[in-house]
Design a binder for this molecule. Sequence first.
Ligand code: FMN
Length: 210
Amino acid sequence: MKILHIDSSILGSGSLTRILSAAVVAEILAHHPAAEVSRRDLVETEIRHLDGAIAAGFRPTGFGDFDDATVTEHGVSEALVAEFLASDILVIGAPMYNFSVPSQLKAWMDRIAQAGRTFKYTEKGPVGLSGGKQVIVASARGGFYADGPLARMDFQESYLRAFFGFLGIADVHVVRAEGASKGETVRSEGLERARAAIAGVVAGLHPAAA
Ligand SMILES: Cc1cc2nc3c(=O)[nH]c(=O)nc-3n(C[C@H](O)[C@H](O)[C@H](O)COP(=O)(O)O)c2cc1C
């Protein structure tokens, strides 16, 4: 079993999603001690945003005649998609920033969405090629979005589900800490609720990944 452990919070040791994603990986390892873990910290080692020349490495953009820096970036895209394709379980620390995911995580998503590798176009529309993988999102938000009037403002978890669904991954689980900006008591309660959900999510992972 190969686990890809990704973090994208800019808040370092104060980050809830980093605590939660580490706890998820630890729980998986408790059940599957032989699992291999690859680590990708998208803040420590930032991925450049796409530009036309970088994107041309894996999609037609009309850009050519690449300089050395761009060729290096094409290699980065290839390494990222290969790492994603090799993984069975993705554990992704994904905070809500401005109602969506951090731009660091978006930059990673932009590199792995590759036609012919992780999805394909067919006459009947796009088809995901990444089925069989499982994703656990360690989510945190300052407010409350799971229920109530702000649910429609959640472009973070809903976006991740849509994105991975597009790649063919329906198996997306979320452990969620809400109310992180509502004072220490509410923040701690949100973190503990998310922690308490981890064992159940990991126990429910598809055995094919073992
Ligand atoms: C740049 C930034 C943008 C944020 N935007 C939102 C937001 O749109 N909605 C919200 O409820 N909380 C927002 N927050 C609060 C974070 O979601 C909250 O602090 C959460 O704990 C972040 O995850 P982390 O602790 O792993 O960094 C934002 C925080 C930061 C730093």
